[in-house]
Design a protein around this ligand. Structure first.
Ligand code: AMP
Length: 630
């Protein structure tokens, strides 16, 4: 077996040869002429001159060897549906969806926004876009109209694919009214909506604009739509993510680099073999869903489980029953989900035959040791933490057991993955911290590897100024995470350097939540901070200064206003962004120059020392918060 340190070194020092080898893991129509073009940093063009197609690699190329094997396994405990699509059937469904999109005028380079619950049609839509060279942007179904509107406006889709409703814990969440409201709010109006009717909620239709999926699908049954050979550097999709401003960023990804990155990761990190089954419990609205529900496993020729439902419904054994039934070999989830399961009867872990499982991968938020130990003891398989970001598309730090088996360390996601030149630097001097256990900012020196974001959608300038300009004296990519590296080269992630919070593995910008709360007519000022939570990792906590204080003169009035403010966030951003509490104060802690002291508020909320307060304008503001929490 290869030595991992050598493998990693080679990926950086002999970059072109290394990635030319990885590029053989996928099919190309035309082989790339150049492997890595980094002549205009920080932009990187991977596999220029090559032509390929993500859908071909995920679906068509498996028809030869495994047409009748499972590809997409759809399970919904919300609607009690279960359907296994073979590669042949998936091929047919995707062609049908592609034909329907073409009939709605979608051409190569056009944009299709996908606002869908976890149903098979969502995966068909993604793959269909990839097939015809349309750029997709999947918006998480838990987001509400204002979040959706800002994405529609930025992405300017010609078609939006959606459904009547999602469902969570048996509760139907109608999508169409949210979508209609989002379109009303957006300056850009899509030409067509393609709507999947699950029969869960009524839909008002706008004639001429709104089309029924079942009806159009019937018209295009049995059609053949060939894959369009795309340039490796063409855009495959964008996915929006939160940052420090209220405006979400469209993380833009290519075609060839992404396909190679995923194929390589399935082999080296996720131990996936063709014919096996992969189960990622994420949602297609997140990057994990793109990479490891849809594209990655399928590119590897694996079956992939797409699960709609909770981990504890009908009971806490549901996931393990799927592992047994479909002989899942690799499973991918988030620490929060494990913490939810940990509160249930541990007997569920022993009830099913889990002998097919090789490893459980966890990502999205810090993995605490008790959670890791509990699940590791319960399952008896390796638990592999992996650290990455929407921007990277695949793990930055983990253990590549497919290259060389290496020990994991509790609390550490692992070591830098091949292709990533990860460093720790001093936040204000930019100096590289090479001694063990020194805390600094985790950065990546360019060129970034295949699969990494190409740029911010339609905003190269923002890409450079946001990600590549925060460290003095050098152009490196900032992850905006604090970290340390121990003497053995293992990294530990210590939280964000910016105002991004992580609630149950979902990344949220505190500014977006603040902007939403500010739209309540009685809110004068607001500060939102992320506070440590035993279940969700972090929760959002809002501190609000109100205009008319009579609105909080008694407990009932205070509770009502708190509920009203939460509802504003629910309606605009979605329940995922709803603060756990809204507390009322008469002033917020700020510096003399008017900057909010979010970190001091967070420290107080977590019972920690708020640190240096020499710049605070009025210390009583922080005291108020302390008193409130006492
Ligand atoms: P997202 O782009 O939503 O995937 O969020 C990425 C952020 O989540 C990172 O910048 C980290 O702050 C956090 N994160 C993701 N994975 C891990 C992990 N394994 N350990 C610690 N933090 C993580």
């Amino acid at each position: 077996m290869t030595n991992y340190a050598d493998f990693h070194r080679r990926s950086l020092t002999d970059r072109d040869a290394f990635w030319a080898e990885q590029a053989r893991l996928i099919d190309w129509k035309t082989r790339p002429a150049t492997i890595c073009d980094a002549s205009r940093p920080p932009f990187v063009h991977w596999f220029a001159g090559g032509t390929t197609n993500l859908c071909h690699n995920a679906v068509d190329r498996h028809l030869k060897d495994r047409a009748d094997q499972a590809s997409l396994i759809y399970v919904s405990t919300e609607t009690n549906q279960e359907k296994v699509y073979t590669f042949r059937e998936l091929h047919a469904e995707v062609q049908k969806m592609a034909a329907v999109l073409l009939s709605l005028g979608v051409a190569r380079g056009d944009r299709v926004l996908i606002y869908m619950p976890m149903i098979a049609e969502a995966a068909f839509a993604m793959l269909a876009c990839a097939r015809i060279g349309a750029i997709h942007s999947v918006v998480f179904g838990g987001f509400a109209s204002v979040s959706l509107a800002s994405r529609i406006e930025d992405f300017t889709p010609s078609v939006i694919v959606s459904a009547d409703a999602g469902s969570r814990a048996g509760k139907v969440l109608a999508y169409k009214p949210l979508l209609d409201e989002a379109i009303r709010l957006s300056a850009h109006k899509p030409a067509s909506l393609l709507l999947v009717d699950r029969g869960l909620a009524p839909m008002e239709r706008s004639p001429g604009r709104d089309h029924d999926w079942a009806e159009l699908a019937q018209r295009h049954a049995d059609v053949q739509v060939p894959c369009v050979w795309l340039d490796s550097t063409d855009i495959s999709y964008t996915i929006y993510t939160s940052g420090t401003t209220g405006r979400p960023k469209g993380v833009q990804r290519d075609v060839g680099g992404y396909a190679v990155a995923l194929a390589a990761s399935m082999k080296h990190i996720f131990l996936g073999e063709p014919g096996e089954t992969y189960f990622s419990t994420s949602d297609i609205g997140w990057v994990v869903g793109h990479s490891y529900i849809v594209y990655g496993p399928l590119i590897a020729g694996m079956a992939t489980i797409m699960y709609e439902g909770l981990p504890i419904r009908p009971d806490a054994g549901i996931w393990w029953s799927l592992v047994e039934k479909y002989k899942v070999t690799s499973m991918f989830s988030a620490p929060t989900a494990v913490r939810v399961l940990k509160k249930q009867d541990p007997a569920f872990l022993k009830k099913y035959d889990l002998s097919s499982l090789k490893a459980l991968f966890l990502a999205g938020e810090p993995l605490d040791e008790p959670t890791a130990r509990w699940i590791s003891d319960g399952l008896g398989v390796p638990i592999i933490d992996n650290y990455w970001q929407t921007e990277s598309g695949w793990p930055i730090l983990t253990i590549a057991n497919g290259v060389e088996k290496q020990a994991s360390k509790f609390g550490s996601p692992g070591v830098p993955m091949y292709g990533y030149d990860v460093k720790i630097v001093h936040e204000s001097t930019g100096e590289e911290l090479t001694e063990p256990d020194q805390k600094g900012v985790v950065v990546i020196a360019g060129p970034t590897p295949p699969g990494f974001m190409q740029t911010v959608w339609r905003d190269d300038e923002r890409f450079v100024s946001t990600y590549w300009s925060s460290i003095p004296g050098q152009q490196v990519y900032s992850t905006f995470d604090w970290g340390i590296r121990d003497k053995d080269g293992y990294f530990y992630i210590l939280g964000r350097t910016d105002d991004v919070i992580n609630v149950a593995g979902h990344r949220l910008g505190t500014r977006e939540i603040e902007e939403s709360i500010s739209s309540h007519p009685n809110v004068a000022e607001v500060a939102v901070v992320g506070v440590a939570d035993p279940l969700k990792g972090q929760v959002a906590m809002a501190f609000v200064v109100i205009r008319d204080t009579t609105a909080v003169h008694d407990d009932a009035a205070r509770l009502k206003l708190e509920g009203d403010i939460m509802k504003v966030v629910d309606d605009q951003l979605g329940a995922v962004a709803r603060p756990a509490r809204v507390r009322f104060v008469t002033l917020l802690p700020k510096t003399r120059s008017g900057k909010l002291l979010r970190r001091a508020i967070q420290a107080v909320c977590e019972g920690r020392d708020p640190g240096d307060l020499t710049t605070i304008e009025d210390p009583s503001a922080l005291q108020q918060i302390k008193d409130l929490l006492a």
